[in-house]
Write a protein that binds this ligand. Structure first.
Ligand SMILES: C[S@@+](CC[C@H](N)C(=O)[O-])C[C@H]1O[C@@H](n2cnc3c(N)ncnc32)[C@H](O)[C@@H]1O
Length: 238
């Protein structure tokens, strides 16, 4: 085999001068040259290979929905957090979620029980038909008594994971202290928001440590943060 063939340059049939690239290679080289000259090579590379394509970000941006590259639902949290949770999720977990959506579909495909709490009636009714039997979706309107945030506390000491991704997040964190089992963890989206500081401090005061997953999330072209709050002995093995 000629050296150029070993290096991936397939020679054209016939008496092509040694070292001349094949038509496809020649074409690719010209294409790359043009893309470089116009400053579009990085864009081309991002669109055709690598994590933005593989994780489904391009598709989610196009469709305005949190989906992976094959159109399956993803939680609308950062990709590093999705990656982490995907590796640690266990089929026997029971999960409570504030703020339903694609995430509810993602969790129901992976754990034993999901209870989701949603304040917006129209949104709840859009998600409800997509849920399998067994998943519970509660529509709880916002009121002055804090009924929405208190919803998870109806199940004291039960949940392995409580996802905070809806409204009244500080109050939800307070209720989560009642509803988590002793090894349970909190997944808190948009945990870079200063307005939730009282909630982060409440969890820290209750003995939780925090790990933050920072990076891109589906749909938007921006960096975001999702935090996991956990205690010493926890379901994630942290
Ligand atoms: C950040 S979203 C919750 C998303 C959900 N946890 C997920 O990861 O898919 C917070 C709230 O936005 C509202 N909402 C309205 N339109 C929405 C949409 N297209 N996608 C997601 N949430 C939407 C719902 O009331 C929802 O509870």
């Amino acid at each position: 085999m000629a050296a150029d063939e070993r290096e991936g340059h397939n020679l054209l049939p016939g008496n092509t001068p040694a070292g001349a690239p094949s038509a496809p290679a020649w074409f690719k080289a010209v294409g790359r040259g043009l893309l470089r000259a116009t400053g579009l090579y990085a864009n081309w590379s991002l669109m055709t290979q690598g994590p933005l394509r593989a994780d489904g970000w391009l598709r989610s941006f196009r469709e305005g929905r949190a989906v992976d590259a094959d159109g399956r639902p993803l939680p609308w949290i950062t990709y590093p957090a999705i990656e982490f949770l995907s590796r640690h999720v266990r089929a026997d977990w029971e999960v409570f979620e504030y703020g339903c959506g694609q995430s509810t579909l993602w969790w129901t495909a992976r754990v034993a029980k999901v209870v989701a709490c949603e304040h917006e009636a129209a949104w709840a009714e859009r998600i409800r038909p997509m849920l399998p039997a067994g998943a519970e979706l509660l529509h709880v309107p916002l009121d002055d008594a804090g009924t929405y945030a208190q919803t998870c506390a109806r199940w004291p000491g039960r949940f392995d994971v409580i996802v905070i991704d809806g409204r009244q997040r500080v109050q939800c964190a307070d209720a989560a202290l009642t509803a988590l089992n002793p090894r349970g963890v909190v997944v808190w989206d948009n945990s870079d928001r200063e307005e939730y500081r009282d909630g982060y401090e409440l969890l820290t005061a209750a003995g939780f440590r925090r790990v933050s997953f920072i990076g891109m999330a589906p749909i938007f072209n921006a960096k975001a943060e999702t935090a996991v709050f956990y205690r010493d002995d926890n379901v994630l093995g942290l």
